[in-house]
Design a protein around this ligand. Sequence first.
Ligand code: ZN
Length: 68
Amino acid sequence: MKLDFSQLNKQTKKSFSDQHAVIKKVMQGKIVACEQCRQPLMLITPEQSEQPGIGCLKGCTFISLEFS
Ligand SMILES: [Zn+2]
């Protein structure tokens, strides 16, 4: 499984490095809390959703990822 980070850059340029850090932590199995609701962010795989990415249960944080 390979991740394409180029999509992130298009979405939000200024928080690209923040998102990259969050993705890295979640992929390593570390707990990262949503800044809005403080719920842990989860990895959503292409098997789980048509919109894979990393997000919280409430959906206030969502980082869309492209899996290829
Ligand atoms: Zn949230």
